[in-house]
Design a protein around this ligand. Sequence first.
Ligand code: GAP
Length: 442
Amino acid sequence: MEKIVALCKRRGFIFQSSEIYGGLASTYDYGHYGVLLKSNVKGEWWRAVVQERDDMVALDAAILMHPRTWEASGHVQSFTDPLVQCMGECKKRWRADHISTEGGYARCPECGGGLSEAREFNLMFETFMGPVREDAARIFLRPETAQGIFVNFKNVLQFARRKPPFGIAQVGKAFRNEITPGNFIFRTREFEQMEIEFFVPPAEAPEWHRRWMDDRMRWYTDLGIRPDHLQLRAHGEDELSHYSAGTSDIEYLFPMGWSELEGIANRTDYDLRRHAEFSGEDLSYFDTATGERYVPYVIEPSAGADRGTLAFMVDAFDEEEVAGRKRTVLRLHPRLAPVKVAVLPLVSRDGMPEKARAIYEELRRVIPAEFDEGGSIGKRYRRQDEIGTPWGVTIDGQTMEDDTVTLRDRDSLEQVRVAAGALAEELLRRLNSEWRSPKLAG
Ligand code: GAP
């Protein structure tokens, strides 16, 4: 993980937030390449769950919601973690369920001191709406994007003219006052979720749950995650959220061990029933074909955009020796790579920079490209390898004679000559063709 954090800082993917003030704990800012990478992760998610399906629609609900939402959803009462405090030297606070009780009883993981009794700590961030700080004005930053979907169920039913089975997809920020954030962007207090609420006739819920688990596992492997670094794990009874009749987590083998990447829950009709009860609105569905009225069950694949971005980086990270030199390379799926092609003049003379710039201007209209003329060619390639750029184009002496360029592949290091006029087409062909992680070979 230290290597990933260092690479993120060195290449401007992700920085500590408010760094000039000493930083704000477990809060991060995304720089240029980080923004592009996370945006590609979200883009691929939208493509898979909305564009390539005809049973899904998109939504972007507000972060601030009516406070009754969180009473109905159960978050005011149940969205808690058990908090213990060290009674010894360090006085640190911990999540009781994250502390090992090996050897009989729990001790502070930092200083070994005794621990207080556990008390339930609500993870929602509170704030006040309007100028008066009174109870009536108290609202919450949403701890999940899901509730914005449930309260819009009726709108979508009417205006998107949908009938179950259908789903609503949303990407957005969520906030949790986590007791122990950590592991870089794995667990933070502000993060982005990519959530689907898929509404189905109750009898079909188990089948849709299974289908979504398969679909979501495939999404990660299609984007290059090694299958043996992914697993599905069903929650035990004691782990289930207050709304869930069954949840399976997609776990990834992060550097700190197997950890949740995405949860896929059968939320039953819990949320729609509760919102119907608290709002007085009828949130049932009348099926004109069968004459049956029912409250749909919900299958919820809920992923983290930051956690996903971290997993894609961890899985792509590689170090190898090439011609006696160490090379660090992010073997990202080309569709996730922040920059798809780097255009590099071999040297800064003989008309090569001008020719390279002209090629770059052409390419960037059709594919994310970067122009780089500073430093030795080897250094520039190392920089592009580290940010995961899958292809490099070198403009050299031969280009000036026959208008061909060298096209270099990040993973195989194979170099071929391509006519400058055919570059865009060749790059788009490569981008849209099947890609397999080179880590899977052998
Ligand atoms: N609506 C259901 C829900 O929110 P969750 O398992 O609590 O379920 C879903 O969260 C996903 O959101 C997680 O699998 C993870 O990827 C991401 N996530 C949750 N808490 C997070 C945090 N503190 N920091 C980063 N990502 C988080």
